[in-house]
Design a protein around this ligand. Structure first.
Ligand SMILES: [Zn+2]
Ligand SMILES: [Zn+2]
Length: 199
């Protein structure tokens, strides 16, 4: 039986190549070679493309929710292969790295919006482990309000933050003025922490 060949274009190197029709019918023929396939898997651009395909991208103010797999603690989890190894990374962290670049040692990617599934780089900022803990406290994930021993803010301080913000001060200036970390300011102004406090 004569073998029928099909001519296709490799979706990675874009060169034309031939495969048997039966192979094509089985769903093969995306890549001209094993090499093109593994290069495709390693290509940082295709990794990024795959990554963003998992995210519902919306407006700058909206949360861009991760639709892939999740870590047990509620953060999105993204896996990719590079140099023959599978790497796993928190989705929000990967989003931060793609958008802003490398993360300095000892710093963590925190959410301004308190939505663990959110990968909107505009809602992410860097903080220390302590900031992360304070943030959790402030956002009421561990305990609430002033009662918790780690809560550094008081109702008075929170009111001051809200007031200074209303007066038009920048978040960084407010942090400096009150001698607190910027993540605490973000947590308060980000709608979730100390919600009950009004001015
Ligand atoms: Zn190819
Ligand atoms: Zn968000």
């Amino acid at each position: 039986m004569p073998r029928t060949m099909v001519t296709l274009r490799c979706s990675y190197c874009k060169n034309l190549f031939e495969i048997e029709e039966c192979e094509f019918n089985r769903g093969g023929g995306k890549y001209c070679s094993q090499k093109c396939f593994s290069d495709y898997c390693r290509d940082p651009n295709t990794i990024k493309k795959r990554f963003w395909a998992f995210i519902k991208i919306g407006k700058k103010k909206d949360c861009w929710v991760w639709t892939g797999g999740f870590r047990t603690d509620g953060y999105g989890l993204f896996g990719y292969r590079i140099d023959g190894k599978t790497k796993l990374i928190s989705a929000h962290k990967f989003s931060y790295i793609i958008y802003y670049g490398k993360i300095r040692d000892g710093l963590f990617v925190l959410h301004d919006c308190d939505n663990k599934a959110c990968c909107n780089p505009h809602h992410l900022f860097l903080g220390t482990q302590q900031d992360n803990m304070d943030d959790k406290v402030l956002k009421g994930r561990q305990s609430c309000g002033e009662k918790h021993y780690k809560a550094i803010l008081t109702v008075k301080k929170v009111q001051k933050i809200l007031l200074l913000r209303r007066l038009g001060f920048h978040k960084r200036d407010i942090a400096n003025m009150l001698n607190i970390s910027i993540s605490r300011v973000y947590a308060v102004l980000g709608r979730h922490a100390w919600k009950s406090v009004k001015i």
